[in-house]
Write a protein that binds this ligand. Sequence first.
Ligand SMILES: [Cu+2]
Length: 283
Amino acid sequence: MKVRVHLTAIAAAAGAALASAGAALAQTGQPVPWQMDLQPAATPVMDQIAGFHTFLLWIIAAISLFVLALLLIVVVRFNGRSNPTPSRATHNTPLEVVWTIVPVIILAVIAVPSFRLLFVELEVPKPDLTIKATGKQWFWSYSYPDNGNFEFDSLMIPEKDLKPGQPRLLAVDNEMVVPVNKVVHVLVTGADVIHSFTVPSFGIRIDAIPGRMNETWFKATTTGTYYGQCSELCGKDHSFMPIAVRVVSDSDFNAWLAQAKQKYATDQLAPPNALAAAAPRTQ
Ligand SMILES: [Cu+2]
């Protein structure tokens, strides 16, 4: 009895911990300790990805339970002791038809929403603005061709310089800033080696390949800062070139644009990528 009381208390505590983690999760565009599930969606595409993921999870769970049940039946009913003289049958046509057709049906049921999702991800709707993200060893540069054609570098803030609230290995000096509820078309390329532009809560990941322009898109529906990381092994500082996207209201975006145009226009007078040039370039 006492044990049961303890177990209930533990379960309640675990439930409370999970619920608070869930509450924290609901607001963050970054991983949190003990996270079990995907990062919460900030775009309709990520909503669909999360829905598809859950749908697959149910299918996988049902198949696993079915196979487990079959195994248990075999273990219990057909072991050497309870079934000393085994059947020598080798073929069963109806059964073979079923175990061929049923998996085909399952795959078709998975393929339809999977392809639908793929098309949503690949077909860029009419964009409200375009941003070019260039992966470099080891930081990202963002340029805004539609809004003054300025460009700036986005470097990770080292751990010793982090301010309270800035996540370790994810916070950057200059975030990519975008307006909320707008279709942002992202052109992605690499300047030196292959990198990968990834923001989990937006449901986007696309390779940044030198000499090639890839594209993706997102429409963030809530303001906040969303973090991602380079997701293609690109050299010694691969882990230290995070992606930070700050989603702001229209008026905040325009205010940011006005100051960014000035700030990064004057930066152009400085040697390009001064910070990166100062860092030792070893691979
Ligand atoms: Cu990289």
